[in-house]
Write a protein that binds this ligand. Sequence first.
Ligand code: MSP
Length: 641
Amino acid sequence: MTAAPFYITTPIYYVNAQPHLGHTYTTIAADVARRYHSMNGADTFLLTGTDEHGDKIVKAAEKNGVSPRDYVDRISCLFRDLWPQLNVSCDHFIRTTDPDHIAIVEQILQKIYDQGDIYYSEYEGLYCFDCERFYNTRELVDGKCPDHGKAPEAIRESNYFFKMSRYQQWLIDTIHENPALIQPERYRNEILSFLREPLEDLCISRPKSRLQWGITLPFDDQYVTYVWFDALINYISALGYPDGENFRKFWPHARHVVAKDILKPHGIYWPIMLKAAGIDIYKHLYVHGYWNVDESKMSKSLGNVVDPNYLKATYGTDAIRYFLMREMAFGLDSNFSESAIISRINSDLANDLGNLFSRVLGMFHKYFQGTVPDCMPETGHDFQLDLKADSEKLISDFSGAMERFEFHRALATVWEYIGKMNKYVDVTAPWELAKQKEARNQLETVICNLLEGLRVVSGLIYPVMPETAGTIQEHLGLDPQRPFYRIDEIRKWGSIPANITLPKAVTLFPRIDPETILSPVKPEAEGIRTAPIAPEIGIDDFSKIDLRAARVLHAEKIPKANKLLKLEIDLGSETRTIVAGIAQAYSPEQLVGKTVVVLANLKPAKLMGVRSQGMLLAAVEGDGCSVAVLDRDMPPGTRLK
Ligand code: MSP
């Protein structure tokens, strides 16, 4: 049976903020689901992108002193360039400013308008500028927006409205007929409970007198369309609706992944928009919870926004992908902390998986000198533990959990199996078998079973940790050209070819000492001796000093200079190279992704043959060195005053 095509989308992210942990989770989850379905032989298509119109974006551009166009180009790139860094491969990256997208939004608006589902009316309502939407009083908490904690403003204006109310009963019936439409169930129930109240029609426009940065309504050039009518349509415009081959092939299989913040637009507005436009609705909507950071909501104003570039540079892509998928139960909120990452890395990755890998390969090299014995793993002594039978159950439990987007459960099943394999080593005690000549066949069987178990594990971790899966498979002599990531291949116990020679194990995940990552530089016990304060200067002397926020894009050691690092930095308007004497205190990886402070108008100088255009600021005392970083994220190039 051939697998059905698989189409998965992430929300398109607003470009008023840089990519953070929340965006990263959703996008990695989509990639994990896509990779899993490709293991079943499906043709897959992953869509992500950026949402670039609206008030918020105009305000953010103004704040940065650039035009909306320049601003959206810059931030959109940060998203587009990040995903491949995290091993997310998207098939299309859509931007709502793309001309093809705009043309399709216009076409759909016109169709719905012509059939009488859009009308013009005056409206007075309570509007939250941060959410960019009207609230009814029932939705407010103590009179304030539940997301932003601010009282919405009363505004009155004439606008265009979409007659959602007309489709309310149809939507209720559709959700009842398709119990798996919205998952997990708690969110389906939430939507059904919204639908118990009469649906208000949706305001879909803004007068151009108030906002220009949007798509002009095809039937009234004094208005632009607003937020959802523009954004949601990306899911079909990206496939070349209405005639594109991709639309025909993938749309009937569409699945959207979002967090609970945008449940209502996806669970109510979008299916109704599709129905009104005469398009079949999506197949599934998967809704996950929110990441909080150190038990509080992640927000710019709290300064606790987690930067995925930092996570990658500090812990590595596979470890981050694993942590995010394992730690959050899909659908529920979860708490992020660096100590939680470190403990997952040390226990699940270094200890359980990493040790098993090096233990098995170590014994294999010791007893068989690295050449796979010719044995029939399914025969022979089983010591009451049957790794083969367990692997069959594992594959089916794993697949069930992945189908339901329960990534945390899927990984838990693999780790249970890893536990069984470790137990199998303890019970079979290959080191004892190795001492007895007559137990040679048994030893062969045990080691072959363990190699096969590792092969199954490597196949199943592939969607979440593709790099580690590849490393393990290379060490098992599997031909990278063959589809060993296919579920039906993974099932075939006994696939590692006999008589081939395998390389020695490497360390998959070094243990992390939390002290090295989480502790600041400690002052000397008797107190810090600092240099005396320099003579006073006037404000005009200070104004000659041009200090800027800069993001470290790349860092490397300078050969033969043990104190110097060469840094590539983004200064907003340009990229520069600077040399910093901090190599004894920082490894290059610790700096990449950080927003540091740079003296930007220092005369360039050559250090060890490298031209340095500026100076990195750091607190330096004795052996202690701490690079100045900004407490809150600011765009590269922002001036410090
Ligand atoms: N532009 C709209 C979506 C339009 S889709 C047609 C938007 N953008 S957003 O930038 O605010 O992204 C919201 C999404 O980012 C969430 O639904 C979720 O996927 C992700 N997350 C943002 N913060 C998050 C957390 N703290 N935790 C988990 N995911 C969150 O809404």
